[in-house]
Design a protein around this ligand. Structure first.
Ligand code: M6R
Length: 607
């Protein structure tokens, strides 16, 4: 999704904007641009990667200490130089960048065209530049207010005018926006990591708010009018965490961070006896004991984490649990009511569909728990309870460490609730706690078997289709393994419960079709092996992820990726590591842009 930057201060703006845009690259984009004001508004923009914009700035530099920048992920109009942001009004006195979608843009465009406005791009954003200019009566804040009053949809909109130098005005409706407070300089960005190396003090702009930025700082107001007193948020993330740290790709770095992530997610939250202390989960024992249904809602990888969560909650808590794609749930009129608990899972905490589904459950009386990685994200701010995953900034579009942290957090939540409800006894709680405590070492060990995973990747790199199977928790992991593979290698892949194979997909299994089976669930072992035999009988090539002491597996599989023996309930945590590495190696062997796969964005902030 689009990325936004803004700068007001004593330094040249263009290099700072460019640097911030590079740090927002992970959000996905297809063009980039910057504008500065210095007596007049100057814009440079280019389709393609930020390097093209950097080249342009090299040949046509921009001088000025106030500016805005943007990476665009096309929604209205193809990726092109003309459609790239920033956009100006016809006089060139007003300039805007925008993240989001203006839903009524067609009618606004017709209205403006009827008044004689001529547009140079196909975007919804250009209309906002025209609107602000039309509404301007000598005060930028008022002009922005009346312009956005006419716009429907989601946006973070940032506006400058040469008529009021030294000031940037921005508004937020749904799409994220933060302010970084420096010494005598102020930054605007779509997220904190973009400027974390410049300041640790932030103001979060909330939905429905306007921020007026000058070099002296920022003032937040309601768009509708009225002052807002926002507390400064101090962020203590290590800026190093946002760099590649010597790895070829962010994804590989993030995979390798996972032992530390598990430790971090568990840190100070779990006693040996299985008592879980969750600092921002505020519901009392009474609620924990009595809520009658659990909903999990999420998208993509976070949804797959929810599939694991569903199994954990079902087994440990015996509470009816639904896991729902957020984009389905928001329109499905779900039977959510008071006395329910909804766990909305989102790495970014900004996924539009997840926010919408979460809000719906809250409206219907459910208590809302945000399971998210981003401190101060919209989801976190809107929830009653927060369970931070503490995975640190995740830059690669393909989620890895955040997924693992989501799993760990759900075990903690199950222990917290299960002990209060009396359904997880002391022995079981201590067993799960012990299993969790072993995980950092297990994950570390798996990272040392990278050569075997690479060999497995070489064996499937030329396949046309790959199938993943498993049962129960193994099926949940298979779903994530399949998504990882397809999103970065562009190889067609599907996951299904092992028992489902013979109901259709088996027709696609022929000689040498790779079928990857996850086999940690001992109670279902023989059942899963039956499906594997069906694959073998059709000439399929079986790659198994199985425990290190599984002595039978060689009879069924052509190749085995071993994982340390664990309690079956915790099996998925280790099993996903070789699948993440497999996806990484296949994508690398196929020569793809691993951290920014085509057509995908890190944070899907539009519906
Ligand atoms: O930020 P979120 O966790 O809400 O994002 C949800 C999905 O867009 C995300 O998990 C996506 O599926 C990942 N690219 C998968 O690796």
């Amino acid at each position: 999704m689009c990325g936004i930057m803004g700068y007001v201060g004593p330094q040249q703006a263009a290099p700072i904007l460019l640097d911030g845009l590079r740090r927002l690259e992970y959000r996905g984009y297809d063009s980039a641009g910057v504008a500065v004001t210095n007596g007049k508004i100057d814009v440079r923009k280019a389709e393609g990667k930020i390097d093209r914009l950097a080249d342009l700035l090299e040949s046509e530099p921009l001088a000025g200490t106030i500016g805005i920048g943007h990476t665009r992920w096309a929604t209205h109009g193809e990726p092109s130089d003309l459609n790239a942001h920033p956009h100006t009004d016809p006089t060139g006195e007003f300039v805007v960048v925008h993240n989001g979608i203006i839903e009524n843009f067609q009618s606004l465009r017709e209205e403006l065209a009827g008044e004689g406005h001529v547009f140079t791009s196909e975007t919804d954003t250009e209309i906002l530049a025209h609107l602000v200019a039309r509404e301007y009566r000598g005060d930028l804040e008022s002009a922005v207010r009346s312009a956005v009053a006419k716009a429907e949809g989601a946006y973070a909109l940032v506006v400058m005018t040469k008529r009021e130098p030294g000031k940037i005005v921005a508004v937020r409706r749904i799409s994220p926006l933060v302010v970084g407070l420096g010494e005598g300089e102020t930054f605007l960005a779509s997220d904190i990591p973009a400027v974390l190396h410049r300041t640790r003090r932030f103001l979060i702009v909330e939905d429905g708010e306007m921020v007026i930025v000058t070099e002296a700082g920022a003032r937040i107001e309601e768009i509708a009018g009225g002052a807002v007193d926002r507390e400064v948020l101090y962020i203590d993330w290590d800026a190093e965490q946002a760099e590649k740290g010597g790895f070829e790709h962010y994804m590989l770095k993030e995979i390798h961070e996972q032992p530390a992530v598990v430790t971090e997610t568990l840190g100070g939250r779990l006693d040996e006896d299985g008592t879980a202390w969750l600092e921002d989960v505020h519901f009392d024992d009474d609620f924990a004991r009595n809520f009658s249904r659990l909903w999990i809602t999420a998208c993509g990888t976070a949804y797959h984490a929810g599939l694991v969560g569903k199994e954990i909650f079902r087994r440990l808590l015996r509470i009816p649990t639904n896991v729902e794609y957020a984009h389905e749930m928001r329109y499905a009129d779900p039977l959510v009511s008071s006395n329910h608990l909804t766990v909305a899972i989102s790495q970014s905490g900004e996924t539009a569909d997840t926010l919408a589904a979460a809000r719906l459950t809250k409206e219907r009386g459910s208590r809302l728990l945000a399971l998210t990685n981003v401190v101060g994200s919209t989801l976190a701010r809107e929830a009653d309870d927060i369970l931070y995953t503490r995975a640190g900034p995740e830059i690669s579009v393909a989620s890895t460490k955040a997924y693992l942290a989501m799993l760990i957090a759900q075990y903690l939540l199950a222990l917290r609730i299960g002990r209060v409800r009396g359904v997880v006894d002391e022995e079981l709680a201590a067993r799960v706690a012990h299993g969790l405590s072993l995980l950092p070492a297990h994950v570390e060990e798996l990272l040392h078997h990278d050569d075997e995973v690479l060999a497995a990747a070489e064996s499937i790199v030329d396949a046309d289709d790959v199938y993943f199977i498993g049962r129960g928790l193994d099926y949940a992991v298979a779903m994530e393994g399949s998504l990882k593979l397809k999103e970065i290698s562009y190889l067609h892949s599907e996951a299904m419960p092992a028992g489902e194979l013979k109901h259709g997909t088996l027709a696609l299994v022929t000689k040498d079709t790779p079928v990857i089976v996850v086999l940690t669930q001992q109670a279902l072992y023989d059942k899963t092996v039956s499906a594997v035999q069906e694959v073998k009988a059709r000439g399929g090539r079986v790659l198994a992820v199985a425990y290190e002491d599984d002595e039978q597996i060689h009879k069924f599989a052509h190749r085995v990726l071993r994982i340390p023996r664990a309690d079956d309930l915790l099996g998925p945590v280790a099993a996903v590591i070789p699948l993440q590495l497999l996806a990484y190696h296949v994508a690398r062997l196929r020569g793809h842009d691993i951290d920014q796969p085509r057509n995908l964005a890190k944070s899907v902030t539009v519906e």
